[in-house]
Design a protein. Structure first.
Length: 287
């Protein structure tokens, strides 16, 4: 008996039939899985960084005295953590999503697009968590702040105001409206422009009247406190610029990392390449 060859039509382009594989172009299940993995890894590593002192911000006013090198180290850590977390999330998404029967370039593009969706979803989740955390800290600081701070005195300049009105002759605290006015004058004085002479003279009179110091001593104290406040603000501004630039660079690099990692994961999926899950296991590629 002679076997008669049968004609089979070539497989049409489209999704490969896999268990639970969605037929749409975007597979949201793997996207959400990758974004959650990236967010969890980033949260754990950022928590560890906070424990050892690498922080973007701190509720304590002394964070403005942070050195530039510590800010740079914190920025490098932010970049490494963000890029690594999104690369892992992108790889997982590309690896677990359903494959497609189409050209290799199109498959690679769709894998990369899913990695970019992981990045976008992770950024949105991170922004939501950051906003919720900031709202909680703001409410807690408002509830625990002293009456003289809530009356108009800036918490950022609370220590400078304490030094400005420190006196051995006065036992009662300075009135809240006096501290608030001095805080506003100091805030204007730590800007890029010099404090107007009339504001400086008025602050000298306020300090002299509240502390009982002679006019010359009150003027020297105002000059010293204003210089220290300007230096502290300058250090805080440099730290904020470094960390802000590092955060923006980390997010931009993380988008590229998620794209390419998702492509690598998709390639491993199509080649049926399984990395070893334990030491000593031999990995073989199918021939």
């Amino acid at each position: 008996m002679v076997d008669v060859p049968t004609y089979r039509e070539p497989a049409a382009a489209g999704p490969v039939a896999t268990p639970g594989g969605p037929p749409s172009y975007i597979h949201w299940g793997p996207v959400f899985a990758g974004a959650l993995v990236a967010a969890a890894v980033s949260f754990v590593l950022m928590t560890f960084a906070s424990a050892v002192g690498l922080m973007i911000a701190s509720p304590s006013p002394t964070w403005r005295d942070t050195s530039v090198w510590l800010a740079i180290l914190s920025g490098v850590w932010i970049i490494l953590v963000t890029v690594g977390a999104f690369a892992l999330g992108g790889y997982i998404t590309g690896r677990v999503r359903s494959s497609w029967r189409t050209s290799p370039d199109e498959v690679e593009f769709r894998d990369g697009a899913h990695g970019l969706l992981v990045w976008a979803l992770g950024v949105v989740l991170g922004a939501a968590l950051l906003w919720a955390t900031a709202s909680t800290l703001t409410a807690a600081n408002t509830a625990t702040s002293s009456p003289r701070e809530t009356a108009g005195a800036s918490g950022f300049l609370a220590y400078e105001l304490d030094r400005l009105f420190r006196s051995e002759r006065r036992l009662e605290p300075v009135a809240a409206d006096v501290r608030a006015e001095a805080s506003r004058i100091l805030t204007k004085g730590i800007g890029r422009q010099e404090l107007p002479s009339e504001d400086r003279a008025h602050l000298n009179r306020v300090v002299a009247g509240a502390t009982g110091l002679p006019a010359a001593d009150a003027e020297r104290r105002v000059i010293q406190v204003l210089a220290e406040a300007r230096n502290s603000t300058s250090r805080a501004r440099r730290t904020a610029v470094i960390l802000g630039f590092a955060a923006a660079a980390a997010l931009a690099a993380a988008a590229a990392a998620a794209w390419f990692a998702a492509g690598i994961g998709g390639k491993h999926r199509d080649d049926e390449f399984a990395p070893p899950l334990r030491f000593g296991r031999v990995v073989t590629r199918p021939v």
